[in-house]
Design a protein. Structure first.
Length: 162
């Protein structure tokens, strides 16, 4: 076998291994759960959100999930407020990404972000500095009437282990 074919095969094996490892890691983490409230002109909507507050948990996010309950989501917590960029690599379900500033105001919503099937994956940017990102089922933010300027509420003291 020539050297080029061997390098291609090795690369494929490495990429496959990384993807399999990410799928395995995603199911081994214990995520804390927080109840958060999304507030729009249409009302107050409760979500049970898994907390992604470490580098590894933020990288894995909702990868490899085949289903997300209608009242579930993920809250990404960052150390600082800065422009954020997300992608849908290895994500199997469409999501709404709600970018939230430090003062808990929604600064942008990327609606119906679709699973990435071909590299390079599109990026979904906050457009403004955000400290938090809430991911929920795709289309749900529209049903709730959420828009930039609306608020979210949560208290980190109400964490429960999952």
């Amino acid at each position: 076998m020539n050297r080029r074919i061997r390098l291609i095969l090795i690369t494929i094996l490495i990429i496959s291994g990384i993807s399999l490892a990410a799928e395995t890691w995603a199911h081994k983490f214990k995520y804390d759960i927080i109840e958060l409230t999304l507030i729009s002109r249409q009302g107050r909507f409760k979500i049970k959100a898994e907390i992604a507050d470490s580098w590894t948990k933020r990288i894995l996010g909702l990868m490899h999930r085949k289903h997300l309950a209608s009242d579930a989501g993920m809250l990404f917590i960052f150390e600082d407020e800065a422009p954020r960029s997300f992608w849908m690599k290895n994500t199997l379900i469409p999501l709404d990404m709600i970018f939230v500033a430090d003062d808990l105001k929604i600064v942008h919503i990327a609606k119906m972000a679709t699973p990435c099937k071909i590299d390079p994956c599109p990026r979904y940017n906050s457009g403004y500095p955000a400290k938090y990102v809430v991911e929920i089922n795709g289309g749900l933010s529209g049903k709730m009437g959420l828009a930039a300027g609306d608020l979210i509420e949560f208290e980190l003291s109400t964490l429960t282990s999952h």
